[in-house]
Ligand binder design. Structure first.
Ligand code: C2O
Length: 540
C-alpha cells in the first residue's frame, strides 16, 4: 500500500453561475473540489488549511475509519471545527475498502459547495468483477444557490424555518442549458460508438433526492456505496444525498448527442422542489457538435414505485458475514415535528431547535450539537456534553405512518444530545420507521463508521410478523433511503470503537435535529481500542 498526500486549502473563490457572481467557499479554488485517487488499503493524508472566516471540517463519506474515528470529520461529533487560519491533517487508511466515495465539509451547510469525488481502485492486479470499461467518468449531482448557503442555513433552517429550494441542480457543478446564462456551463462526455463506460455517480445534493437517466441508454448498476452489486439493468437510478452508484453504459445507439439528466425525486406531500432538469451531454464521436441533445425521460417527481424497483435490484455481489443473530435491536422513528410556540412571532419562543417551529427527530428526540466534540468528551471523560439515554424504542407508540390521533401533543420532540452506547462486537439491528406526524417522506439515513446490510424494507408500519428479510445477498450500504411511509431494517457489527453519527443526509433535516450518535466501546485487545487523539486536533 501507498501513502497519498493532499493539500486542501479552504478558500473563498469568486464564482459566476446563473448570471450571478458570488464569493463561495471551495477547496483550492476549484468546484467541485479536487478528486482523490487511491487504491485499496492505501493511507490517505490530507492537510486542510482554513483560509476562510468560516468554520470547516472535511468528512470522508463512506470511509469506515477503522480505529481512526478522530479523522472522521463531522463537526462536534468527532472533532471541533477547523477555525479561521487553522490547520488539521486527516490521516487514515482505507482498510478493505475500494470503490466510489466522496468527501464533503461537515459543518453548517458548507457541503453545498465544499465537496469532491474520492475514487479508490482495487489493489494492483485485482480486476473489476465486470467487463473492463473503455473509460471511467465521475458524475457528481449537486444543488446550487445564488446566495451564500451558510447564511441561508442561519436565517432559516437553524432557526426552525424552511429554506428556499436550490436555484439549480448541477452535474459536476454545471447546471446545463435549461438554466439562464448556462449554455456554456454544460458537462460533456465524449464517447466512442460501441464502447462501454463506467460512470461513478455521486449524490452531493443538499436537500433533494434525485433521479438520473441518459436518453435512450440503459444503465447497469454494478456498485452501490462502494460495494459491488450483482449487475442490475435499469432505465434510471435514484440517488439520495450521500449515496454513490456505479453504472456501466454502452454507447450502443445511433451516432448522436444524448442528454444525461438529473431531476427531483420528492416524496413529501406538498413539498416545494426545483423542477428544472440539470442536463449534461453524452456525445458520440462523429455527432454534430451544436446539435441539441435528445432529451432523457425521468420518472415523475413522486414516482415511489421506480424507487422501490431500483431498491429491489440492489443485491450484494459477494456478501460477507451478514449477521444472522442479533444482540441489540433498536426501533427508531424518523420524522418531522411542528413544535409548540409560546409567542406570535414566527420562530421565536417555540420548542424546536433554536426556538424554531420546525424540528426533526429520531424517536422524538431532536439532536442538539454539543459545545465540544462528543468523541473528545467521551475519551477525556468530560461530563455535561451528552447523556447516554437515547431511547431504543419510541417515546410514544402510535400509528406511525398515518400520524397520531392527538396532534400536537404526541408529536412534540424533545431537545437533547442523547447518544446510545454499543458494546464492542455486538450485532446490531436498527428498524428505521418513517413517520407521518407532518408528512411521510423518503429519508436518506447515513451511518458513519460502518457499512450496514439492508436486510429488509417495506411500506406501512413495521410488523415483525409480516416482515421478510433477505439475509442472503442484501446490499451493503452507508446511506439508505427509508421508503416514504415505510421502514427499513439494517444490520452491522459494532466492531469499530469511537463515536459515530447517524443522521438524515438532507441537511435541512439535520439542522432540525434528525440524528443521533452511537458510542462503540473499546474491545479487549489493543487492536480493538481507539487510539489517542492526534496532536493537532482542533479545539472548540
Ligand atoms: Cu456525508 Cu455525516 O455525512
Amino acid at each position: 500500500s501507498t501513502s497519498r498526500f493532499y493539500d486542501f486549502k479552504v478558500q473563498t473563490t469568486r464564482i459566476t453561475k446563473l448570471c450571478n457572481t458570488k464569493n463561495m467557499v471551495t477547496i483550492n479554488g476549484i468546484f467541485p473540489g479536487p478528486v482523490i485517487h487511491a487504491q485499496e488499503d492505501d493511507r490517505i493524508v490530507v492537510k486542510v488549511t482554513n483560509k476562510t472566516p468560516y468554520n470547516t471540517t472535511i468528512h470522508w463519506h463512506g470511509v469506515r475509519q477503522r480505529r481512526s474515528c478522530w479523522f472522521d470529520g463531522p463537526s462536534y461529533i468527532t472533532q471541533c471545527p477547523i477555525q479561521a487560519g487553522q490547520t488539521f491533517t486527516y490521516d487514515f487508511t482505507l482498510v478493505n475498502q475500494k470503490g466510489t466515495f466522496f468527501w464533503h465539509a461537515h459543518v453548517s451547510w458548507l457541503r453545498a459547495t465544499v465537496y469532491g469525488a474520492f475514487v479508490v481502485y482495487p489493489k494492483t492486479g485485482v480486476p473489476y468483477p465486470f467487463t473492463y470499461p473503455h473509460e471511467e467518468h465521475i458524475i457528481i449531482l449537486g444543488e446550487y444557490w445564488k446566495q451564500d448557503v451558510v447564511q441561508i442555513e442561519r436565517t432559516t433552517a437553524a432557526s426552525g424555518g424552511s429554506p428556499p429550494v436550490a436555484d439549480a441542480y448541477t452535474i459536476n457543478g454545471n447546471p446545463g442549458p435549461n438554466y439562464n446564462c448556462s449554455n456554456n456551463d454544460v458537462y460533456k462526455i465524449d464517447v466512442v460508438p460501441g464502447k462501454t463506460y463506467l460512470l461513478r455517480l455521486i449524490s452531493a445534493g443538499l436537500n433533494s433526492e434525485n433521479f438520473f437517466a441518459i436518453a435512450n441508454h440503459k444503465l447497469t448498476i454494478v456498485e452501490a456505496d462502494a460495494e459491488y452489486t450483482k449487475p442490475f439493468t435499469t432505465d434510471r437510478v435514484m440517488l439520495g444525498p450521500g449515496q454513490a452508484i456505479n453504472v456501466l453504459v454502452t454507447a450502443d445507439q445511433a451516432i448522436g448527442k444524448y442528454s444525461m439528466a438529473m431531476g427531483p425525486y420528492s416524496s413529501a406531500k406538498g413539498a416545494a422542489f426545483q423542477d428544472t432538469l440539470a442536463i449534461a451531454h453524452f456525445k458520440y464521436l462523429g455527432a454534430v457538435t451544436n446539435s441539441v441533445s435528445l432529451p432523457a425521460q425521468l420518472p415523475s417527481v413522486s414516482d415511489n414505485l421506480v424507487v422501490k424497483t431500483i431498491m429491489d435490484g440492489l443485491r450484494s455481489l459477494n456478501p460477507v458475514n451478514v449477521p444472522t443473530e442479533i444482540d441489540t435491536n433498536f426501533f427508531i422513528t424518523i420524522g418531522l415535528n411542528v413544535q409548540k410556540c409560546h409567542s406570535k412571532t414566527p420562530n421565536q419562543n417555540c420548542q424546536g431547535i433554536n426556538h424554531g417551529v420546525m424540528a426533526a427527530s429520531m424517536n422524538n428526540i431532536s439532536f442538539i450539537m454539543p459545545k465540544i466534540s462528543l468523541l473528545e468528551a467521551y475519551y477525556k471523560k468530560i461530563n455535561g456534553s451528552f447523556t447516554e439515554d437515547f431511547p431504543g424504542v419510541p417515546l410514544k407508540f402510535y400509528d406511525f405512518v398515518n400520524g397520531p390521533n392527538n396532534i400536537p401533543n404526541d408529536t412534540q420532540s424533545l431537545n437533547g444530545t442523547r447518544v446510545k452506547i454499543l458494546e464492542y462486537g455486538s450485532r446490531v439491528q436498527l428498524i428505521l420507521q418513517d413517520t407521518g406526524t407532518v408528512t411521510t417522506e423518503n429519508h436518506p439515513i447515513h451511518l458513519h463508521g460502518f457499512s450496514f446490510y439492508v436486510v429488509g424494507y417495506g411500506t406501512g408500519n413495521y410488523n415483525p410478523q409480516a416482515a421478510r428479510f433477505n439475509l442472503v445477498d442484501p446490499p451493503y450500504m452507508n446511506t439508505i433511503g427509508v421508503p416514504v411511509g415505510g421502514w427499513t431494517a439494517i444490520r452491522f457489527v459494532a466492531d469499530n470503537p469511537g463515536v459515530w453519527f447517524m443522521h438524515c443526509h438532507l441537511d435541512i433535516h439535520q439542522s432540525w435535529g434528525l440524528g443521533t450518535a452511537f458510542i462503540v466501546k473499546n474491545g479487549k485487545g489493543e487492536v480493538e481500542t481507539l487510539p489517542p487523539p492526534p496532536a493537532d486536533l482542533p479545539r472548540c
